[in-house]
Design a protein around this ligand. Structure first.
Ligand SMILES: [Zn+2]
Length: 482
């Protein structure tokens, strides 16, 4: 397959709505901006700046982190030392001396707000610090040496805003520490890295994120919560730079996409060169990563939230059964339904459809039609029973089609145990709401309110809560939702 993005099949197919590198974005102003600084995961009041997209720390910060700072008489040349390691530099000059060895890079120490700021990466070798810059928030993370090589921090400050939780290293912030003979900091990719696969295109097409590179890649994927994100790391790869020379940016996503809020990418680390792609989600969404020639495809496929209809029986002018002491069935069905609704609201994988949330009446046919129109996956109708004999008590569960039986048996067993009345079994009956609905459907007769024992239980709010718990647990179990 031709690797030029314009000729990729999924582009030629005309289905690609988004997915162009954001080269049209205005160039970021590289002013010296105050940056949030975190030291070993704690928010620090020490001073940090983002200058030209690079993390800088003040000499006060360097001193606070354990560096001995000495100034020459010229007031521009400084030596920072820790143990036997030192770096000596002059404000505004590209050459510095690391342990006495001259090193030349693109970045220089800068004056800002009448203070001297040095590239934080310069301190990695001298003070044994790991510096990570979050490009998305301009936050700077400094970790005192943990001897873990290139491993990026696994825990991030709890006080950090959610969007700071992916840390993306600035190209110059070499997590493993600098070496005097190493590549220049923040410069263009070295010859070695240019031979690595280069990611040329990241494109969202419906439920699939296509990653196209110049050679085979071996990405890994994981999820982050609060907010929900899927992160794809592509090690030993680099990413094509945009018109402004930046190895980071965003991919256009249709604002109406059902679950993808945005896609960002960046050169995340330099040793090894790793590209990180972050898919911001509007809600949790399972995925699978499939290798592809010269790339990979991240499929968002299964586990759409299931749609569950809760039907509070009767309502309005239809009170339902009249209890032993003259109460209405509808005064059980609605409270229980609302308690179920309340609980289901906490379930991200369940979308609840209420037939009614107040004292309204709908015919059984209208209820079934509403469930069908909603494309529901499950229908639960809540009722309480009546009998001419006050001695009759117990719980019954009705279904009609075979596809409803398994759920009927599950929820029935749970309700019999919860309510603790007689087990009057699962029964097949042509009630409209279980017959005319097109999804697995049950009608619950929780108990007989014409029986004094059942009546006392079913109008008791604590019992109603337990019944709601049982209904929700059965629904979750039915869909295998943890
Ligand atoms: Zn009823």
């Amino acid at each position: 397959m031709n690797k030029g993005w314009k000729t990729l099949a999924w582009v030629a197919g005309g289905v690609l709505a988004a997915a162009i590198w954001s080269t049209a974005a205005p160039t970021q102003a590289w002013a010296a901006e105050t940056a949030a600084l975190y030291v070993d995961g704690e928010r620090s009041e020490l001073q940090a700046r983002s200058i030209g997209g690079t993390a800088y720390v003040s000499l006060e910060t360097v001193a606070a982190l354990g560096g001995a700072v000495k100034a020459d008489r010229d007031g521009k040349t400084y030596t920072v030392s820790a143990g036997r390691k030192e770096v000596r530099f002059t404000v505004g000059e590209k050459q510095r001396f690391v342990d006495g060895v001259p090193v030349t890079g693109d970045e220089t120490a800068e004056l800002a707000d009448a203070k001297v700021f040095v590239p934080a990466a310069w301190m990695t070798g001298t003070l044994g610090l790991k510096v990570v810059k979050d490009r998305f928030t301009d936050s700077i993370y400094i970790f005192k040496q943990k001897n873990d090589g290139t491993t990026l921090p696994s825990s991030l400050p709890s006080g950090a805003t959610a969007s700071t939780q992916e840390v993306v290293a600035a190209p110059g912030a070499t997590p493993a520490g600098e070496t005097p003979t190493g590549p220049t900091q923040g410069g263009p990719p070295s010859d070695a890295s240019s031979q690595q696969p280069t990611i040329q295109t990241i494109a969202l097409e419906g439920d699939a994120l296509h990653i196209a590179a110049t050679a085979n890649v071996t990405p890994s994927v994981f999820v982050l919560k609060s907010p929900d994100r899927v992160v794809v790391d592509v090690p030993n790869a680099t990413v094509v730079r945009d018109a402004n020379g930046k190895a980071s940016g965003s991919v256009a996503v249709d604002a109406n996409h059902p679950y993808v809020a945005g896609i960002r990418y960046s050169l995340f680390a330099t040793e090894p060169s790793t590209v990180r792609i972050v898919v911001d989600l509007k809600r949790p969404k399972p995925y699978s990563l499939k290798p592809a020639p010269n790339g990979a495809v991240l499929h968002f496929t299964q586990a759409e939230p299931v749609k569950v209809v809760i039907d509070a029986g009767h309502g309005g002018n239809d009170p339902g059964a009249i209890s032993a002491s003259g109460k209405y069935e509808k005064d059980i069905t609605l409270p229980v339904a609302l308690k179920v609704m309340q609980r289901l609201e906490a379930e991200k994988l369940i979308q609840t459809v209420m037939i009614r949330e107040n004292d309204a009446y709908l015919s059984p046919a209208q209820r079934a039609a509403a469930a069908n129109a909603a494309g529901a996956d499950l229908f639960v109708s809540i009722h309480a029973n009546t009998a001419s004999s006050p001695a009759v008590k117990g719980t019954e569960t009705y279904y009609w089609r075979e596809d409803s039986l398994a759920f009927a048996q599950r929820i029935h067993a749970s309700l019999v145990q919860t309510i603790g009345s007689a087990d009057r079994k699962v029964k097949q009956e042509r009630f409209v709401v279980v017959r005319e609905t097109s999804m697995p459907s049950v009608l619950l007769e929780l108990g007989f309110i014409t029986n004094a024992d059942d009546e006392a239980k079913l109008y008791n709010e604590e019992m109603q809560n337990r019944i709601a718990d049982a209904i929700v647990a059965s629904i979750k179990a039915h869909f295998n939702i943890p």
